[in-house]
Design a protein around this ligand. Structure first.
Ligand code: GUN
Ligand code: ZN
Length: 450
């Protein structure tokens, strides 16, 4: 449905040539010498019989939940936030704990081959400083912003600020960290986002202030990120609670400047081509259409949606609406950093949708959702996401020998006689069965990360 299957390119004995930070060739190894350059002039790394894949792009992951995954006893979303998440995120008030979390967060990203990520940030500026500094030191990419909260339950009080501080701290983060590494958003590894936690964590005044702020920094390549339509549990669901609190027709209206009663306009829209909304499980058609119209992307988080009992983003209907769908781990709502595991959950939940809605996602569609769709969601399709010549060289090396269950499937699984189906079977097994130990090398801009 996304055209991914037709666009898939598989080169069985391939070569990826990197010059500096860029890809200068991707094609059959035997054709390398026929180019304008010669193998002799390059250092050659032989990864056979391994695989090179584009670096994975996680479009929704929570830094201050690095140690909050697999939290038991929280139930569904709003209770889980109260019982498990707000207390966990409060621990980052301690700068040394925040620094430890930043190191662990980058470790987990590198182990999982997540070269780029939209990272839902901590409320604490010192923790965001630790995240950006550690990300820079490790050579990873990141888009992140402090999670803004101006209202909330008792358990969230340490994360809540005044309206004035909320606005000031977001502005300061943009000035301090947006493209801080190169001074140019077009080449930077570090970018900043405006991130209200969700509409229930802020007030109309916050949404108005952030809308004005965002409008003033949009053309500097700043991002917008939040949650949308995640949980509709009867009685205490996030969707009904939000619509009730704001008296709006749709949840999306609150991010679209229409946060006054009756969805009247009260400020500027936060939607656009660098805006990503996580979940979108329970959207109305008008919300999907508005996201498509504004270029806003959805971060689909099936692992988290299972963990928190949120339901499933309807795949066919959401694709048909024309919205870009990328993948998100939503760690610690999800309990997997490795995006191929999250894509595996996407395969399973969409295969299990009711009746005609059930769909068997093509492995190319899974790969696309975990890579190029993420680059598109971040408006970075010209820089990363696949191996097109001229793009920045972000990739992972997968060595099946380092994960014997994967090696066994690839070696002994039944393969079709049809070469195209055999290719798809190999890619599917690779994506479904790989685990962190099989990701032996990770590169960003042609530099190996450790
Ligand atoms: N909605 C508001 N905050 C959160 C969060 O931390 N995780 C998830 N999954 N949804 C949220
Ligand atoms: Zn989330």
């Amino acid at each position: 449905m996304t055209g991914a299957a037709e666009a898939l390119v598989s080169i069985p004995d391939g070569a990826l040539v990197i010059d500096g930070d860029r890809i200068t060739y991707c094609g059959p190894f035997d054709d390398v010498e026929a180019g304008d350059w010669e193998v002799g002039g390059f250092e050659v790394f032989d990864h056979r019989p391994g695989f090179l894949l584009p670096g994975f792009v996680d479009t929704h992951v929570h830094f201050p939940q690095t140690f909050a995954g697999d939290a038991y006893g929280g139930g569904q979303l709003l209770e889980w936030l109260d019982a498990c998440i707000f207390p966990s995120e409060t621990l980052l008030a301690d700068p040394s704990f925040a620094a430890t979390a930043a190191v662990a967060f980058c470790d987990r990203r590198i182990a999982a081959g997540t070269t780029q990520a939209m990272v839902f940030g901590s409320a604490f500026p010192h923790a965001q400083d630790a995240l950006f500094a550690e990300t820079w030191r490790r050579g990873l990419r990141v888009v992140s912003g402090r999670g803004v909260q101006t209202t909330g339950p008792d358990s969230a009080q340490a994360l809540v600020t005044s309206e004035g501080d909320a606005l000031r701290l977001v502005s300061e983060e943009i000035e301090k960290w947006h493209a801080a590494d190169t001074g140019d958003v077009g080449t930077a590894l570090l970018h900043v986002a405006v991130v209200p936690r969700f509409s229930l964590s802020v007030t109309r005044e916050t949404l108005k202030n952030l809308g004005e702020l965002y409008d003033s920094v949009r053309d500097r390549g700043v991002y917008f990120h939040s949650h949308l339509n995640e949980n509709d549990r009867p009685g205490s669901g996030e969707v009904a609670t939000t619509k009730d609190a704001y008296q709006v027709d749709t949840y999306l209206d609150t991010y679209d400047g229409k946060f006054m009663p009756g969805s009247a306009v009260g400020g500027k829209s936060l939607l656009g081509r660098r805006s990503i909304l996580a979940h979108a499980v329970h959207c109305q058609d008008t919300e999907l259409a508005r996201m498509a119209e504004t270029g806003t992307s959805i971060s689909h988080c099936p692992t988290s949606q299972q963990f928190l009992g949120s339901g499933t983003m309807p795949w066919k209907r959401t694709v048909a609406a024309g919205v870009n769908i990328a993948i998100g781990s939503d760690y610690g709502g999800g309990d997997e950093f490795l995006l191929t595991r999250v894509l595996g959950d996407a395969f399973k939940v969409h295969m299990s949708e009711a009746g005609e809605d059930a769909v068997s996602l093509h492995p190319a569609e899974l790969l696309f959702t975990g890579t190029l769709a993420g680059a598109r969601a971040l408006d970075m399709e010209d820089r990363i996401g696949n191996f097109d010549v001229g793009k920045e060289a972000d990739f992972v090396v997968v060595d099946p020998a380092e994960w014997p269950p994967l090696a066994g499937l690839l070696e002994h699984g039944v393969q079709s006689e049809d070469p195209e189906l055999a290719r798809d079977q190999t890619l599917f097994r690779l994506l479904m069965a790989m685990r962190e130990p099989s990701i032996t090398e990770v590169y960003v801009q042609g530099r190996r990360l450790h």
